[in-house]
Structures are given as C-alpha cells and as structure tokens.
Design a protein around this ligand. Structure first.
Ligand code: WTA
Length: 657
C-alpha cells in the first residue's frame, strides 16, 4: 500500500500527535499490522476480537460457518446476551458512571447512570415478560429519541425479542407495512414526540396503521405517556409506567445463540417495498464494539455524541449498542439542529463538553448556510474546545463542507472520520481511524481492518486503482446482514448477484480508489436509491405511492443534486385526466405531496412535481430515466434519443408547475 503518496499531496491532514500517542490504533504501521493479521488468518483475527470484546455465556468453538453461503453464520454455537454486554458487565466498576445524558427538545437535561439504566431496562423487560411473548417474537418500536427508546431496545435484547424500530417520521401506512411484513406481536410507542418546538403525534399514527387493516398479529400496544396529557387507552393498550410499576429491578438475561436475530431494520432498495434487514446478536455486537473503539477511539472519560435517530442504523450501532457496550457516556438529543436556532448542536457540545461528535453531511451543510447570515449561530461563537474527534456518515461529504467542519467545529485539530457503511453492513466498513490515518477531504480513506473491500467491474473482475467501478466486499464479515426477513431469494439476488459470480457482496455504490494511495472515494448509488438528507429512499417506493393515488396513471421519480440535502426528489406524473392548467396543477401538486407524506412519510415528499401526457419511453416501453434526470437538472439533452418512442414529450416535461 502506497499511503505515503497521499501524504505528499497538499491537502492531507495528519492526526495530531497527542491523539495518536494515546489512540487504540496509533499509526499506519499498527493499522497495517491489523490488516495483515486478518489477511494471514481471517477467522483467527475475528475470533480473537470476539473473545476479547464480548462476554460469552457459552464460548463459541466455531468462528465462521460457510455451509449455507451466502447465509453465513458467525460464532454460531456461542451464547451471549447483548443487553448483558451493554449494561451488566459495567456494574462492578462503573455503576455510578453516567451512561446517557438526555437533552429534550425544550432543553431539559436528564441523566441516567449505568445502575439506573440497568434498573429501567430490567423493569421494562420484566413487564414485557408478562405479555405472553416468545423468544424471537418481533416488536415494533415507534418512539421519540430518548432514554426510553434505548431502554425498549435493550429490554427486547435482554429477553431475546427481535425489535424493529420505525423512524418517527414514517407514516401510518409505513408502520402498517412493517407490522405486516415482520408479523409483529407488540408495538411500543409514545403519545407524542417533541421536535422543533412542536408536539407531533405518534400514537395516532399507530392507531391509523391498525385501522388500515392486516395487523392481526399485534396483540398489545405499549404507550409511553411523554406529555402528561390524559389519554384513554383501549383494552389491548398498556401504559408504559403501569407496566413497569411493581416490576423487579433485576431481570436475568435470556442467553441466546450468536445468530439469534437481534433486530430487523427496514431500508429501501431499488425495487419493491422496503426490506427487513436482519442482523445477528454476536457478530453485530462485535462490530458495534470494535468500530466504536477504533473509529471513535472511545475512552472512559469521553463524552460521545452521535446525533442519529434510533430509527436509522446509525442510531442502532452508535447510540443504542456500541457506546454502551464500551461503558461510555453519551449524549442523546430529542430535537432538531435548527431549534430554537441553528446554534443548537454547538450549544449542546459546549454545555456537556462533548469530546466526540458524529453527524451527517446534510446537517453540516444546513448549519454552514445558517451561520453565513447569523454570526451568533456560528460554531466560532461557542466554546467547542472539548472536542477531539469528529465524524460524518450517510452520504458523501463534499470537500468544502469537510473543510468548514474541520476548521470551524474542530479548530483544525480534530480528525474527521468520514465513515462509509450501510444498514446491511451493521457498522463502518471504510473509515479513517483518528490516530493513524492521514485524511484527505472527500475520501473515506481505507477499509476498516479486516473488511475485504474492493472495486470491480460489471463481471466481478478486479479493477486497477484509479478506475471507477462497483464497490464490493469479498469476504463475509461478522456484522453483515444475515438475510432479508421473509425473502431469502431477494437477499441472494440483491447482494450476491450471479453476474458478479455469486460470492461478492454488492454494496450498491460506485467507488474509485486513488491510483497511488488506494484511498476510496464513494461516487454514489448505482441503483435507483436516492439519498435525501442522508435518508435512503427508493424511487420505486415513491412511484408506487404516487400511482396509488386515484388521480395518477403513471409516475417516474428521479433525484436532482441539492446543495444542502444531497439530493432532492423530482416526480414526473401522468394523470388519468388531461394535463392540468397552471392553477389546477398547483392544487394537484399539493395534494400529491401530502399523499406521499401519508403513504411513506414527510421525508419522501417530492420537492417538485411536473406533469406530462406521457413519459419518455423506449419503443419497448422502458422509461428513460437518464433523460428525466437531465430534464430535472435543466440540462441540455445531448444523449441519443433515436430510440425514444415519443420525443415531443421532452419539451412538455421541461415545464415547471
Ligand atoms: C451512503 C447509513 C458516502 C451510501 C449508514 C450507502 C455514504 C448508503 C457514506 C447507506 C459515506 C453512507 N460516504 N456515502 N461516508 N455513508 N453512504 O443504509 O450510498 O441508511 O450505500 O446507512 O448511504 O445508507 P444507510
């Protein structure tokens, strides 16, 4: 590896010496040794980490089981409990250490120690045990960001229930689809969530989901009263506090097999409905711990803050599991970065002296914009000197935003971990390690030690560095997706396609390695998945939502680059009736946006909708999305349109409503 060559570039930022000296991985030699160790004895490498980082009830004797590839199993005769590993094992030495500092939307602070968290989790788990649930039953969690969300996840883990968290911004329809797909027996929700000074109802969305029908698997609904408002509960509904009252503050963990499904998390693919990504207990926990340790260098006196909601994978691995398993102290924030003003993140960092801060490029870009016109919300107006490591996740970070983050938030002394990973990978797969990796803005740098990342062409052949291609992972790794819930065929076809030989994990992103250093740059999705403000959405999902509306005959959705959100959503719609006049068009646009908000959630509302008598199609009837992307960007169309059935349609679709 010719990493030295990167160091000669002018835009290279080396780790600060004091950080390197004390980091878990201190320099590139140590990094390379870890990679070499994995290369020399792949199973031994992971096996050692699993032995050292996890407390097993019953030690595993087998590391990787490939008998049923690509349905790989890791440590599969070992037994453990994830909640025990996140909480109980810290009690002998750290019971009074603060585990979570919670800041509510309105600025109130609540802290829980490891002992208090233990008691809360045990009481809730004991409550759950009274509900006639069995090992592996699925539980939908639809809660605001807060201590209870973590308690609910940990309590499920404690007694072997498989949770599936649904982001609070998803609609009733999305909840219903997930309940049905997962066959959930229980839903855990709250009356309201508070965000940006507003009270947003959650429980009514659950009610509506059940009214939509098909949710017969649901036996009980637990409701957390977040606001203190009186609410009448139906027969099968239980108040969270009632359930916990009189429950014992200890609860023996249920020891599960390492492959026991810890959770399902639904995420968008290029086709069909969101898929339930199934994760294991042992392998997932291992990578959650190991990446929190090496990527964030999390130490005992750190104050860690990952701003992601538990509704996303980042909020699973780097809020609910990783930091706790390491016995760390973390901040959890209920609100939004711009309320009461765009200085909120910096105020929280200052108030609690956060040392590690992990957020999404879209938030950074929004805060850059806001601070341009208002000095009071600029990071320089706050004391952020406690920070030592920064991170980003979810989408490519443009070098300009990277530099702003580095200089203004990190005062040019905090390494930025640009972490590339996915719901399916469970944890980081390409990322700098703060004490060892020289940084180049816009590059997520090098593979996490042990993860066999590469770039190949469409037939699965290796590409030379410098050539763009498909990002793949060549060997199974412990925290990988195990299957798509209820659809093993889709799992195989989506991630281990025959076109690439059936053995490579296909990430779905394009990537290129720097010709000299081998540093990775992610070039974005190669499929029809959009990344809007770091949220993953399938174009097909939005199209299906649109055509479910009575007015709509046909729809095609594409992404358009957006300077804050990364991408915005543009929909081209053919109505069943004639193309509307301008006044009517505005009305229909509003109606369709609200409709998509109800079908999926506000994050999926198209930013722009245009109407045509038809869509640009080839003679064989395929929609030419490439043309639609150009039209959405107001680009001159230079592509060959000779195969287009109806070229006249292009001019029509150029017209905005
Ligand atoms: C994108 C989020 C560039 C990528 C953890 C991936 C990134 C998708 C980065 C997964 C990054 C994530 N640089 N692109 N550092 N991190 N992505 O499942 O397209 O919500 O495939 O997981 O986000 O999104 P997901």
């Amino acid at each position: 590896m010719a990493i030295e060559s990167v160091m000669h570039e002018n835009r290279v930022f080396n780790p600060p010496k004091t950080l390197s000296e004390n980091a878990y991985v201190k320099n590139l030699e140590e990094y390379q040794q870890l990679c070499d160790a994995a290369e020399a004895d792949y199973e031994g490498y992971w096996g050692n980490l699993a032995k050292n980082l996890i407390e097993w009830k019953k030690p595993f004797t087998k590391i990787l089981n490939e008998d049923d590839a690509p349905f790989y199993k890791w440590f599969d005769d070992g037994e453990l409990n994830v909640s025990y590993n996140c909480i109980d094992r810290h009690l002998p030495n750290k019971k009074d250490k603060v585990a979570i500092i919670f800041e509510s939307d309105d600025g109130q602070t609540t802290e829980v120690t490891y002992q208090e968290l233990y008691e809360k989790v045990c009481q809730f788990a004991n409550g759950l045990k009274t509900l006639n649930l069995n090992l592996g039953d699925r539980v939908i969690i639809y809660l605001p960001m807060g201590i209870e969300a973590v308690v609910a996840m940990q309590a499920c883990a404690r007694i072997g229930l498989t949770h599936s968290v649904v982001f609070g911004g998803f609609s009733a329809k999305s909840i219903q689809e997930r309940v049905i797909d997962a066959g959930a027996k229980l839903i855990i929700t709250a009356d309201y969530q508070n965000r940006g000074g507003k009270e947003l109802p959650l429980k009514t969305a659950v009610d509506d989901a059940i009214l939509l029908g098909g949710c017969d698997s649901v036996e009980k609904v637990i409701v957390l009263n977040r606001t203190g408002k009186e609410a009448a509960l139906k027969e099968n509904e239980i108040d969270w506090h009632e359930l916990c009252k009189n429950q014992k503050e200890e609860c023996e963990p249920v020891w599960v097999n390492a492959e026991h499904p810890l959770f399902l998390l639904y995420t968008s693919g290029s086709t069909g409905k969101p898929k339930g990504v199934q994760h294991s207990s042992g392998g997932y926990l291992l990578h959650a711990i190991n990446t929190t340790k090496w990527t964030f260098d999390l130490k005992d006196d750190d104050i860690f803050w990952c701003t992601a909601d538990v509704g996303w994978i980042t909020g699973h691995t780097y809020v609910a599991y990783g930091p706790l398993a390491l016995g760390g102290t973390q901040i959890i924030f209920e609100g939004v970065p711009t309320f009461p003003n765009a200085g909120r993140f910096w105020e929280i960092v200052q108030k609690y002296k956060a040392t590690i801060f992990y957020t999404a490029p879209t938030a950074i870009r929004a805060l850059i914009k806001a601070s341009e016109s208002d000095e009071a919300v600029h990071p320089k107006s706050f004391n952020l000197s406690s920070l030592r490591i920064l991170g980003t996740v979810g989408e490519p970070i443009n070098p300009e935003a990277w530099m702003w983050y580095y200089e203004n938030v990190g005062s040019s002394k905090c390494p930025i971990a640009d972490t590339f990973w996915q719901t399916e990978t469970g944890g980081h797969v390409i990322t700098p390690l703060p004490g060892s990796t020289p940084l180049v803005p816009g590059s997520c740098t090098l593979p996490f030690p042990g993860i066999a990342i590469d770039v190949v062409d469409e037939t699965g052949q290796n590409l030379e560095w410098g050539q763009g291609g498909l990002l793949v992972i060549k060997k199974p790794w412990p925290s990988m997706i195990r299957t798509i819930w209820g659809d093993p065929e889709r799992f195989k076809n989506s991630y281990f396609p025959n076109e690439l030989g059936g053995k490579l994990y296909l990430a779905g992103d394009g990537a290129v390695r720097d010709a000299e250093s081998g540093y990775f740059t992610i070039m974005g999705r190669i499929d029809d998945v959009l990344n809007v403000s770091g949220h993953r959405l399938g174009t097909m999902e939005i199209e299906s939502a649109l055509v479910a509306n009575d007015l709509v005959a046909e729809a095609a959705v594409v992404g358009r680059p957006h300077d804050v959100k990364g991408e915005s959503i543009i929909a081209f719609v053919v109505l069943k009736s004639d193309r509307p006049n301008p006044e009517k068009a505005t009305e229909i646009v509003n109606e369709l946006r609200a409709w998509v908000g109800n079908e999926i959630g506000p994050i999926a509302k198209p930013d722009e909708i245009r109407f045509g008598d038809n869509l640009p199609k080839t003679r064989s009837g395929k929609i030419m999305r490439r043309l639609l992307r150009s039209i959405a960007k107001d680009e001159e169309i230079t592509a060959d349109i000779s195969t287009l059935e109806n070229p006249a349609i292009l001019d029509q679709l150029k017209q905005k409503v």
